[in-house]
Design a binder for this molecule. Sequence first.
Ligand code: SF4
Length: 320
Amino acid sequence: MLKNRPILEIKNITKKFNTSDNKVLTACNDVSLEFEEGKILGIVGESGCGKSTLMKMIIQLEDPTSGEILYEGEDITKLKGEKLRQNRRHIQMVFQDPSTAFNPRMKVKDIICEPLLNFKLIKKKQRDEVAKKYLNMVDLPESFADRYIHNMSGGQRQRIGIARALSLDPKVVILDESTSALDVSIQKNIIELIKKLQKEKNITIGFVCHDISLMSEISDKVAVMYLGNLVEVVPGRQLKNGCKHPYTQALISSVFHLNMDFSKEIENIKDEAPSPIDMPKGCPFENRCKYSMEVCKKEKPKLKLISKDHHVACHLNKER
Ligand code: SF4
């Protein structure tokens, strides 16, 4: 598959938070990643691995401690005032739970059109017409324009969230666990909708999820995070059978599927992840890795290119 130009480049992003007891928590540790234009980049990892913090920095809800985020070549972490506000049009987010993200007193047409009104891209009297256009786009009836979001199912609410995110015609859309709270059948419909819209509009998508099997179905490329670090970046089609990092392999082997042999022991990842307040000196996965070697305790492995479009941070893998 041909590589598209990067529309968004994360360069050496680190995010640290001060805790109430004067310690420092590292949520993202020197992460570099490219979002190719018109492709889906999946970001996967356990809760607390830093994936949502990274996405919040991309949509400028959080400032990085260091590093750059380039959108179309410009470092958006330096933007201020009106330039910052205008940049928000290009990168939009769909949240996990739209019922908490939106004002329950607003009608669906107001939720969808609010960003357009804020940017003065439409007039108030155009709301009905514009809302119907976006309801059609996300396969919902036009009559929903006058409903309230609490009268809708989880899948319908998530479609409204997608319609609102698309209303500003963004180039990049971040979906942060946007399908996680939905039933599996509804989840499938939403995924199909996302893929359809992505192709029609050539949108770049960042798909944040902890479900690694879903990730391999939807993503062109998958970035695996562990304890704030990027440990593997692999083409989506290679994720299941070609991943090389022991953490990614452990995530894959712990996925349940209908044809699995339940007489065999299910492989669990042993121990707990270390605290992000007390990051290990060597490999962040060392205390849980069954292949751990002496070097892993002392030296943090760098993310290396090991084959075409495949990067791994592990001492077991040689640089190409
Ligand atoms: Fe395991 Fe060592 Fe590779 Fe870390 S660097 S994943 S401890 S083998």
